[in-house]
Design a protein around this ligand. Sequence first.
Ligand SMILES: Nc1ncnc2c1ncn2[C@@H]1O[C@H](COP(=O)(O)OP(=O)(O)OP(=O)(O)O)[C@@H](O)[C@H]1O
Ligand SMILES: [Mg+2]
Length: 240
Amino acid sequence: MDATQSASQPLAAPETTAALEAIDIRKSLPMGRQRIDILNGITLRINHGELVAVVGPSGSGKSTLLGIIAGLDNPTSGRVLIDGIDITRMSESQLAKVRNAKIGMVYQAFNLIPLLTAQENVEAPLQVGKHPGRPSDRAKELLELVGLGHRLKNRPNQLSGGEQQRVAVARALAADPAIVIMDEPTGNLDQRNGENVLQMVRDLRARTGKTFIIATHDPKVAAACDRAIHMVDGRIAEEG
Ligand SMILES: Nc1ncnc2c1ncn2[C@@H]1O[C@H](COP(=O)(O)OP(=O)(O)OP(=O)(O)O)[C@@H](O)[C@H]1O
Ligand SMILES: [Mg+2]
C-alpha cells in the first residue's frame, strides 16, 4: 500500500460498526442505446441482530438491492460495508471468502439441489472454506433446529414447500454467517407454511442474535420485523 492510499483510509473503525451499511448505491443497466436506472442512491444502515424487512412494489428494486448487499452483483457506484469491510472493491476470490463466512441467502424458490438429501444440501456450504466440527454433525444439528430432524435423508421433491424452505434456512445458517438475506422467503408458501417459516425466523433471530434482512410483499412478514425499509422506484421512500 502506498502513502496516498493509507492516508485516505480511516485510522480506526468507528465504535459501533454496523452489520451492514450501504452508501449511495446506484445501479443502471444498458437497454439498447439508453441506460435504465434501477437503484437511485440507496443509503441504509442495519445493526447487528436486527430483523429488517425490505418492502415495495414489484420492480422497485428489492431483489437488485439484496443481490448487491450480498456481494452477488456489483453496484454501478456506491459502497457496501459488511461489518465495516468494503466488499465493493474486492477481488472475486476475496469476495467469495467474505460471502461464505458472513452471508447466508434464502430465495423464494428454495433453490435446493434436487439430487442431494436435506442433510447433504445443508452440508454443501461447509465443503467450501474451513468450518469447525464435522459437516454432517452441523447439518443434523441445524435441521433439528428448524424442526426437520426426521427428514435428513429426504430429497427436496420428497418434502413440502414449507419443509424445503426450512432446509434452505438451515443451509443459509450452515457456515454460521453474521447476516442472513432472504428474498421473498414466504412467496411460494401457503399462509400456514408462510407463518411457520416466519415464526422460525423470529425464533432463530432470538436464539442466534444474527441479522436478518427480508424482502417481502407480505404485510404480515413486514409487521413481524423490527422495522421496514420501503422502496419505490429504486429509492428508499420511508422507514417505519
Ligand atoms: N438484468 C436485468 N436487466 C434489465 N432490467 C433488470 C434486470 N434486473 C432487474 N431489472 C429491472 O430492474 C427493476 C427492479 O427489479 P427487481 O427484481 O430488483 O425488483 P423487485 O422489487 O425485486 O420486484 P419483485 O417484487 O417483483 O421481486 C425492474 O424494473 C426490473 O425489470
Ligand atoms: Mg424481487
